[in-house]
Design a protein around this ligand. Structure first.
Ligand code: PMP
Length: 359
């Protein structure tokens, strides 16, 4: 076959959390708990499922390529205008589209480390250079260090909060200090995939900057709090001028019809969101306390997951897997940790029991 693009040699395909069925087969287990992909263990809104059923009756038709109804609903929900919202096939696709819109060889992308792998993927696909800026030893942001790494070549700075996979976050004060000093030639992409879970003091609020039309995007998703990971629906909030350029690389029907209807219905189900928020917080406390009782420690988290220090993440991962509990390990820079998604009360207990067996 013909030679592939030079830049692709640097790229390793993304490795997702293992499906539970794989693990059941390999280890002959009848029941496996998957706490590996930061999914919503409480399912999805029944309104969303009803909307999918209804939309399926019309699935021989193309979806609304302009996602008008959903963009209007998101805009109403966040007190924005519909032209400040752009919809994607999961926020993964938005990261790729943003990369395609802004990056070319020679450009630099600044991101915290450790953080979400897709920023590097987007940069590498476009032949741009990734500049990883370490978080502090306790995995929080150091805004001065980040700003110091911005050069004339920097096109994009990613700020992920709560940050995956650490769970740590940016305070609003830190973000304000960053915004006051970031040079005009930089696009700042706040990845807020877990924003709905945040209950920190001084929470990051990017919406005023979106309303002012700053060079800022906020990426959000229906995969986490809204429980629609399998349908793939993400969106960006931003300056309509910036979004109109991302439009140019967008596929005409990137958001499918079922996902659009489900997302709009899910947005209206505030009771479901409240339930998930409360139970996730309780589950996080349950895991933090349980882990502590076993002599391990967790990293403070505002997401639906937490890092657990075990000394050797891969080994812990392997041993838990044999016991039917799938977590995640092997994040660059986090060899000593596993990342555990918060599950239901029973799933969390099962994880803690398995961890106890190991110690
Ligand atoms: N950003 C962050 C920080 C994430 O953790 C994830 C999901 N793992 C995504 C983006 C992508 O989410 P999705 O494509 O499902 O919307």
């Amino acid at each position: 076959y013909p030679r592939v693009r030079e830049t692709l040699h640097k790229i390793r395909p993304y490795v997702p959390g293992r499906p539970a069925t794989d693990v059941m087969r390999e280890f002959g287990l009848s029941d496996v708990v998957k706490l590996a992909s930061n999914e919503n263990p409480f399912g999805s809104s029944s309104r969303a499922r009803e909307a999918v059923f209804e939309a399926a009756q019309e699935m021989h038709r193309y979806p609304d390529g302009a996602t008008q109804s959903l963009r209007a609903a998101i805009a109403r929900h966040l007190t924005l205008q519909p032209d400040q919202v752009l919809v994607s096939n999961g926020s993964d696709e938005m990261i790729k589209m943003v990369s395609e819109t802004f990056l070319q060889p020679g450009d630099e992308v600044v991101a915290p480390f450790p953080s979400f792998a897709q920023y590097g993927f987007g940069a590498n696909v476009m032949g741009a250079t990734m500049v990883n800026v370490p978080l502090t030893p306790s995995f929080f942001y150091d805004v001065d260090t980040l700003l110091a790494r911005i050069t004339e070549r920097t096109k994009i700075v990613y700020l992920c909060s709560p940050n995956n996979p650490t769970g740590t976050w940016l305070t609003h004060k830190q973000a304000e200090s960053y915004m006051a000093r970031v040079p005009d030639h930089v696009l700042t992409v706040f990845d807020e995939a877990y924003v709905e879970y945040v209950d920190a003091e001084d929470p990051l609020d990017t919406l005023p900057w979106i309303r002012e039309g700053k060079a800022v995007l906020s990426l959000r998703t229906f995969s986490k709090m809204y429980g629609l990971a399998g349908l793939r629906l993400g969106y960006a909030l931003g300056n309509p001028g910036i979004l109109s350029f991302i439009e140019k690389v967008r596929e005409p029907f990137n958001a499918n019809a079922l996902a659009q209807c489900a997302a709009e219905a899910a947005l209206s189900d505030t009771a479901f969101v409240e339930m998930v928020r409360r139970k996730t917080k309780e589950g996080r406390r349950q895991i933090e306390a349980g882990v502590k009782a076993l002599g391990y420690h967790t990293v403070p988290s505002q997401g639906n997951f937490t890092l657990v220090y075990t000394g050797n993440g891969r080994e812990t991962f392997e041993r838990l897997q044999r016991l039917g509990v799938i977590v995640r390990a092997g994040f660059p820079g986090l060899d000593a940790y596993i990342r555990v998604s918060i599950g239901t009360f029973e799933e969390n207990e099962r994880f803690l029991q398995a961890l106890k067996t190991l110690s």
